[in-house]
Design a protein. Sequence first.
Length: 255
Amino acid sequence: MLSGMALSRDQIVSALVAALQPLDFVNAVWEGGAVAFSRADQWSDIDLVIDAADGRCDDVWPVIDAALAGISPVETCFKIPAAPLGLHSQRFYRLRDAGPYLLVDIGVFPASANDKLLDPATHGTAIVHFDRTGATRVTPTPPADRATEIARRLEQLRVTVPLFQSLVLKEINRGNDIEAVAFYLSWSVRPLVELLRIKHCPQRYQFHTRYVHYDLPAAVVARLRPFFFVRDLAELADRREDAERWATDLLADLA
């Protein structure tokens, strides 16, 4: 155990890869997240992904627990109750000697999973530590398929953007500021961000504000920023109107 030392991401990843690589039921290990976009900094966490044989996914966790405990006491381990995005399971670890930002986010895919979040246009270029079975070979999403998916989504937004503004307006009219803010963010701002992504970064149109500073032009980000900071209900009402108008213009532009 490296007690009292400030662990680096490389030390943590190396310890995990060294523990996982000898296991014959672990097919591949790679990193995503910030490193896949060459944007890792002192605030980045570790996004480690494992491809394991079907029926053996749960067997990786005792090995991971032991590997992490071997380099630092584990302060927190949070098991996601229902892992998202096709993962079999996912856990977050905070290590005592790694500081508050260097969380270890580990997800396990069964070998039979169809989509392992490896499309480089969407998720960046994975850093592959080992791959025995070709699990990290990717067929990028065909542009025609993505265009069809986005066209369907635009048809939904043409209906929902005007339809659900009433949810915001009625809470403004009632003076229910907390509810008004929540509905405004959900039904005015969120679809606006999605439409901006469809226009400027369609490969990540579902990412909402994630990577927004990198994916949208600086001028668009500057125009968007005030929609997230409102003083009171009066300003919220004005911002809602502006958001609907901008979203309507985008829908016409994307027709």
